[in-house]
Write a protein that binds this ligand. Structure first.
Ligand SMILES: [Zn+2]
Length: 146
């Protein structure tokens, strides 16, 4: 199956995205570097791609610059449909690729309760696992019967 990328030009959608994930010269939130082995086993290869973005971070804090050394490097960001994101960076002169994960929220899941069910969150059952993030409200539903 082939998907076609579509440019997002709606100003309010761009503004919301930048508020959540930063702008072109920023690092994405909650960035953590992955080893090649971690990336190979990551959700990058199983979740569906929702959005794609190119960045060149240069507005870095000293801590960020020291931690990642990504100032001026190319970052390809991949936003997956489970709220997780992945970034791939190339270091042209060192001839190597680096892998990262980022997230707008580092979810802390809890079991859903009556208030969640009232707003349409499904009830967990034998093969339906449901978690609600206590920080952002994201609902993770996994059907393990497939
Ligand atoms: Zn969350």
């Amino acid at each position: 199956m082939v998907y076609k990328l579509e440019h997002v030009s709606d100003a309010s959608a761009v503004e919301e995205h930048e508020r959540k994930y930063g702008k072109y010269n920023d690092l994405p939130p909650n960035l953590e570097e992955l080893t090649e082995a971690e990336f190979a086993r990551s959700g990058f290869f199983t979740w569906c791609l929702e959005n794609y973005e190119h960045r060149q971070p240069c507005r870095l804090t000293d801590a960020q610059a020291q931690a990642y050394g990504l100032a001026g490097q190319n970052l390809k960001l991949f936003y997956m449909n489970n709220t997780e994101g992945f970034a791939i960076s190339n270091d042209y002169w060192d001839e190597r690729i680096r892998y990262f994960r980022f997230r707008a929220c580092v979810h802390e899941f809890r079991n859903p309760g009556p208030k969640d069910f009232a707003r349409g969150v499904p009830r967990p059952r034998r093969c339906l696992h449901v978690g609600v993030c206590s920080k952002c409200g994201y609902v993770d539903v996994t059907d393990s019967s497939d």
